[in-house]
Ligand binder design. Structure first.
Ligand code: KIV
Length: 303
């Protein structure tokens, strides 16, 4: 039986779930926070068993599991299905749903409505949204509705075109200061944590030191309070190009391919299925079946 309630409320976390307040305590203890993306129930279960604190159902799903070449096509309905699957698999980690492009940019009302859907329909504990500036008002509105929000600045893939492509951010003193100001503003708006993506390590370290909420880095150096990587990058399941900040810990894609080749070979050589994979029939029933089918065949032939 799952201890994650079907319809959790933001104010009533399920027993066994990591309290969100623990993240600030981990920052204070300088204990690194581990976050990984996941997109289905087995992923949620395995990440939980591995002891991670945070699972992000990232809109990277558009690329890693849905086959698009950017994150922007991810829809609310797709993200809800994936988030619901992850929350069925994960018990202790906090599950954070990534608000897809178009689900929060238009208005505070839209943002709150969609954040509520992630909590009510998919069992998410929190949402993440990209950007600062105009998006600070979205953060305040969602937090005001009682839903924890994680910020995300630096390289924000949903606005990669505006940023001039997928490249590191904050490499000039002026842009670094803007990032620091954005991070402070996200904290002041009520975020419980902020993702720093593709930011020089020294800038991320300074932001981390200045904020009282945890920073979660991806391509932002070791001084962040935590780190996040994308499931498919960690496990070698993504065939597209990977960024400089990715570390691959396994080549599961290769192992899957080899297993499928072995299966195909077994089928073609009639080595699979073996006796242990098939069902027998009591001999008497088999004899009756064969006799009855022979009689039916004879009757069919006569018509
Ligand atoms: O969508 C995603 O997976 C993300 C992480 C890279 C932080 O936003």
């Amino acid at each position: 039986m799952s201890i994650r309630p079907q319809q959790p409320a933001p104010a009533t976390p399920a027993p066994g779930r990591l309290p969100i307040t623990e993240l600030a305590e981990m920052k204070a203890r300088r204990q690194p926070i581990v976050m990984i993306t996941a997109y289905d129930a087995p992923g949620g279960r395995l990440a939980d068993q591995a002891g991670v604190e945070l699972i992000l159902v990232g809109d990277s799903a558009a690329m890693t599991v849905l086959g698009h070449d950017s994150t922007t096509p991810a829809t609310m309905e797709e993200m809800l299905i994936l988030t619901r699957a992850v929350t069925r698999g994960a018990r202790r980690p906090l599950v954070i749903a990534d608000m897809p492009f178009g689900s929060f940019q238009v208005s505070d009302e839209d943002a709150v409505r969609n954040a509520i859907r992630f909590v009510k329909e998919a069992g998410a504990d929190a949402v993440k949204l990209e950007g600062a500036g105009l998006m600070l008002s979205r953060v305040r509105a969602i937090v005001g509705a009682g839903i924890p929000v994680m910020g995300h600045i630096g390289l924000t893939p949903q606005s990669a075109t505006m940023l001039g492509g997928f490249k590191a951010q904050g490499r000039s003193a002026e842009r670094a200061l803007e990032l620091l100001a954005d991070a402070r503003a996200l904290e002041a708006s009520g975020c419980f944590a902020v993702v720093l993506e593709a930011v020089p390590a020294a800038v991320a370290a300074r932001i981390t030191a200045e904020l009282s909420i945890p920073t979660i880095g991806i391509g932002a150096g070791v001084e962040c309070d935590g780190q996040v990587l994308v499931w498919h990058d960690v496990l070698g399941l993504y065939e597209g190009g990977t960024a400089r900040f990715v570390k691959r810990y396994a080549d599961i894609g290769d192992r899957i391919r080899r297993a499928l080749e072995e299966y195909a070979e077994d089928v073609r050589e009639r080595r699979f299925p073996e006796d242990q994979h098939t069902y027998a029939m009591p001999p008497g029933e088999l004899a009756l079946f064969e006799e009855a089918s022979d009689q039916r065949e004879y009757a069919d032939d006569r018509h």
